[in-house]
Write a protein that binds this ligand. Structure first.
Ligand code: TPP
Ligand code: MG
Length: 357
């Protein structure tokens, strides 16, 4: 892997962790209200997957999507301002934490409804397939979302029409407080794809290089017209389901065992080490190994000093994002009215200024 790519990935993982922990603080201060689902522990998935995406690919995410949006290129300030419900937020302050959207970056939304992401991804995939473009659609969802009817309907359609969709399951083993073996008869999400003849793999979602290598390989096949694929990323969230959940249904030893495999620390160790172990190489996969060894052969990808500098850099970025959000005004009633357009018959429902038609 190229040093610049490795550096960018590490930056994004550190930014993700710092941003989310800071958002939790702002929630406690009352600057963020409503639901807030945070991502610490799962950074390797968003960073590994989205660093393998091209700007021409589409992304559809869930309500746990702040990090996906930032890795895709949305500024931390615009995301924080959206969490604060401010006018300079990425959705004009009218979407909030679960409804980040950035058409320019083909970030086609966070969605509050579990299982809502699949049909949106299928629609986008159909549009890409009709135009025969070398583009892919990346559809994120949780382990709990695979029991929604839309999962089965969408996988069937994706396979039937050979759509360019990569289904990425963020399997953190919990659907709120319900552990996977209590909510799913089949706990290996990848196994479910065979019902639709879709190739699927389970990846170590705590290992950013493994995630990146698998996604890169699969996305190239999808863009070349080889049809849908499913990647199950085994990961873990360090915090509760949302800020309303202390997460105390999980045995402390379980939480500790995953924290010992912190994907941010693991990423730093991997990138600090010039040579991967045989076991790591086997896990990461061949293409990535060559890149990895090539990138690390001089001495090492990062020194301790560089990592410390990067930590300070992201702290500044997040503080700046909070300041930006605090300084941004709340949306006005006029902003709210102007966001409402018309119905399917193009009949204007509401005029700017609030007069009903
Ligand atoms: C259709 C629907 N049912 C229930 C909910 C309430 N709900 C919000 S998040 C969630 C758990 C989903 O878990 P999972 O898909 O594993 O994602 P994770 O939160 O672990 O990332 C549920 C049941 C919802 N938002 N939508
Ligand atoms: Mg889950």
């Amino acid at each position: 892997m190229e040093r610049s790519r490795a550096r960018a990935m590490l930056h994004d993982m550190l930014l993700a962790r710092t941003f989310e922990e800071r958002a939790a603080e702002e929630y406690a201060r009352g600057n963020i209200v409503g639901f807030l689902h945070l991502y610490p522990g799962e950074e390797a998935v968003a960073v590994g997957v989205l660093h393998a995406a091209e700007p021409s690919d589409y992304i559809v995410s869930t309500y746990r999507e702040h990090v996906h949006a930032m890795v895709r290129g949305c500024s931390p300030g615009s995301v924080m301002a959206e969490l604060f419900g401010r006018r300079d937020g990425i959705s004009g302050g009218m979407g909030g934490s679960m409804h980040l959207f950035d058409r320019e970056r083909r970030f086609m939304g966070g969605y509050a409804i579990v299982g809502e992401t699949y049909p949106v991804a299928i629609g986008l995939g159909y549009a890409v397939a009709l135009r025969r473009l070398p583009e892919a659609v990346i559809c994120f969802f949780g382990d709990g979302a695979v029991n929604q009817g839309t999962f089965h309907e969408s996988l069937n359609m994706a396979a039937l029409w050979n759509l360019p969709v990569l289904f990425v399951c963020e399997n953190n083993h919990y659907q709120i407080g319900t552990e996977i073996h209590r909510h799913s008869a089949v706990t290996k999400v990848a196994e479910r794809a065979c019902g639709y003849d879709i190739p699927a793999e389970t990846i170590d979602g705590m290992d950013v290089l493994a995630v990146h290598a698998a996604t890169d390989r699969v996305l190239r096949r999808i863009r070349a017209g080889e049809g849908p694929h499913l990647l199950e990323m085994e990961t873990y969230r360090f915090r509760g389901h949302s800020m309303a959940d202390a997460g105390n249904y999980r045995p402390p030893v379980e939480v500790q065992s995953y924290k010992a495999r912190d994907p941010v620390e693991l990423g730093i160790r991997e990138m600090e080490s010039p040579y991967a172990t045989a076991e790591e190489l086997a896990r990461v996969g061949r293409d990535c190994i060559e890149d990895f060894i090539g990138g690390g052969s001089e001495t090492e990808l990062f020194t301790d000093t560089e990592v410390e500098a990067m930590r300070a850099e992201v702290r500044d970025e997040v503080e700046e994002a909070v300041r930006f959000a605090l300084e941004s005004p709340e949306p006005s009633m006029a902003d709210a009215w102007s966001a409402l357009r018309c119905n399917r018959g193009h009949e204007v429902l509401i005029r700017e200024g609030g007069d009903d038609v």
